[in-house]
Ligand binder design. Structure first.
Ligand code: G3P
Ligand code: CA
Length: 227
């Protein structure tokens, strides 16, 4: 069985996370999918992980309180700008699946709008997976366009996560490494849900995920997975 390799925030073990440099590195390492995180800033989707921009850039403050113009002046590592989602999509250019994690509020509508624009110019719905810990935003994605695949991100082992996935008509369950088990994988597969696991950075864990029959793993080091 094939286990997908998903580059986490691009290939953040090698290049500054969520930058185009990181996305290009992930592609160079032959990932099946690239995962990035998005927020809504003045109705534009920008790619960054934290609410507080100070960890990954030379700026200060909260991402959703910043202007887009200010964010674009910042260094997100090695002189890279904080990219827009559109720039990430153009960089990936259908060389891998794009996993868009909705981190911020009010990201679902803009994300669907952008996906539809790319589908209109020849991309496929299969080129995208939208995921989130915010299941309200995810619900909105599916409600607007049921062809878009969604993955419910879970933290820990929430009671009734399979029922939530079914209720949302989700396509994937995305669990943390510490909580994945053969029961979780079996329960997901019984409901035709793929099971993806974050974040798997050690060979012994990669081996374990294969044994469990996990469908995809997020890793900071896509070069660790050679099959
Ligand atoms: O989507 C998997 C993983 O990226 C979720 O955790 O904190 O890295 O966004 P985080
Ligand atoms: Ca993420």
């Amino acid at each position: 069985m094939i286990m997908l390799c998903i580059g986490h925030r691009g290939a953040m073990g090698h290049e500054p996370e969520n930058t185009l440099l990181s996305v290009r590195k992930a592609l160079e390492l032959g990932v099946d999918a690239v995962e990035i995180d998005v927020y809504n800033v003045e109705d534009r989707l920008v790619v960054i992980h934290d609410r507080d921009i100070s960890r990954t850039t030379n700026g200060h403050g909260y991402i959703e309180e910043a202007t887009f113009a200010y964010l674009r002046t910042l260094d997100a590592g090695k002189g890279e700008q904080i990219p827009t989602l559109k720039e990430v999509l153009d960089t990936i250019n259908r060389q891998a699946i794009v996993n868009i994690e909705l981190k911020g509020n009010n990201t679902a509508r803009l994300t669907v709008k952008l996906i539809l624009e790319y589908v209109r110019i020849g991309w496929s719905y299969q080129d995208f997976v939208v995921s989130s810990f915010n299941h309200y935003e995810l619900n909105l994605v599916k409600a607007i366009q049921p062809n878009i695949k969604i993955g419910i991100l879970i933290y820990g082992l929430p009671w009734g996560y399979i029922e939530i996935a079914k209720k949302l008509a989700a396509d994937l369950v995305i669990s943390g490494l510490d909580y994945v088990s053969s029961e979780l994988v079996t329960a997901a597969h019984q409901e035709n849900l793929q099971a993806w696991v974050y974040t798997v950075n050690y060979p012994k864990d990669i081996k374990k995920m294969r044994q469990l029959g996990v469908d995809g793993i997020f890793t900071n080091y896509p070069d660790l997975i050679d099959e």
